[in-house]
Design a protein around this ligand. Structure first.
Ligand code: AMP
Length: 335
């Protein structure tokens, strides 16, 4: 039996190449070796101020985008979190086992609430209990592995603690303690400020959208920050140039990258040439993804049925766990 992997992503209007190379491409690769369950977590998206009509549209778009990237319903389950209400129910039960102090130390809560506080904005209790819902997302499928980036490790730790606490308190082995799956993924930096992680919130010149058109990709790569070509002695490759190499390798162009790397080392690399090769590789990727995206979105009926069917499959698994959880915590049988 393959071990089970669970990973989730929030619905956003448009994924960028950082999301793809840093997360989604890995999801696609894992489908063959693991029993994969992937979620679009719309309930997480409402912990911050949002627009309801955008949320629904973004969730629908995310399904299409992920399928276009290669998530295959024959190999993996792709579900929408709010279509599986068992997540929210398990979240409540786990919340009653979760120490308040532990939640208040979560760095993501501290960061986000500071951000909101500085704008004198509203901070919801949902934002505070977000990591418990995240734990419920994982534990409800009794997943063995969760692919994590460094910034998510703390949240996985909470899931592990809650699984332990639950099992200890109720004298059971029901919940599976998930392990971090560290896989090699790329960290893509901003094109305009390569010391920061690529993110849409930095602004248009900073990122390349996963389905972006050729001309704007070429423009953005052309104006990506590199260096003047003369670095002070002892200073290695500049962050901008390193980022372009990273993108090239992430596109699977290892040979081209090592050829250009050789030129860099011998001092003969022209950045315009590096940028051309990077732009070509990205255009190749986005063109392929856009055409797949068109095929999928043209067939809306099949698409909707597919999403419902996959979320039902997820729900069947979630129901099984919740039935047993309700039993051990002393709640009445439901069906
Ligand atoms: P976010 O929408 O920022 O929560 O990101 C969704 C997924 O994409 C997470 O797994 C992130 O770690 C990953 N991700 C986001 N931005 C980048 C980036 N610039 N480079 C690599 N991975 C990223």
């Amino acid at each position: 039996m393959k071990s089970r992997v669970l990973s989730c992503i929030q619905p956003t209007a448009e994924m960028h190449i950082g999301n793809y190379f840093g997360a989604v491409k890995n999801w696609v690769d894992l489908q063959d070796s693991h029993d994969c369950i992937y979620g679009i977590v719309d309930l997480h998206a409402i912990t911050m101020p949002y627009d309801p009509s955008h949320l629904r549209a973004n969730t629908e778009r995310m399904v299409i985008d992920l399928l276009s990237c290669g998530i295959d319903p024959e190999k993996a389950i792709l579900f929408i979190q709010s279509l599986v209400p068992e997540h929210a129910e398990l979240c409540w039960i786990l919340g009653c086992l979760c120490p308040y102090g532990e939640l208040s130390r979560m760095t993501q809560f501290k960061d986000k609430s500071e951000l909101l506080e500085s704008g004198k904005s509203f901070i919801s209790a949902g934002l505070f209990t977000y990591p418990v819902l995240q734990a419920a997302d994982i534990l409800i499928y009794r997943a063995n592995f969760v692919p994590v980036g460094k910034d998510q490790e703390q949240h996985l730790e909470l899931s592990r603690d809650l699984a332990d606490r639950f099992n200890r308190q109720f004298g059971t082995q029901l919940l599976v303690k998930p392990q971090a799956l560290f896989t090699e993924t790329s960290k893509v930096m901003s094109l305009a400020d390569p010391n920061r992680k690529m993110s849409k919130s930095l602004g248009d010149r900073h990122y390349v959208g996963l389905f972006e058109e050729e001309s704007s990709i070429r423009d953005k790569i052309k104006s990506a920050v590199t260096d003047s070509g003369v670095l002070p002695p002892g200073v290695g490759m500049s962050a901008g140039v390193a980022n372009l190499f990273e993108i090239l390798k992430a596109c699977g162009k290892k040979e081209e990258a090592s050829l250009l790397w050789g030129q860099y080392e011998s001092g003969g690399l022209k950045y315009t040439e590096l940028k051309d090769v990077v732009a070509n590789s990205l255009v190749e990727l986005t063109t392929r993804l856009r055409s797949r995206r068109k095929e999928i979105s043209d067939d809306a009926t099949t698409l909707n049925a597919k999403v419902k069917e996959m979320s039902e499959r997820a729900r069947d698994l979630a129901k099984e766990t919740l039935k047993l959880v309700r039993e051990v915590v002393g709640l009445p049988e439901r069906e």
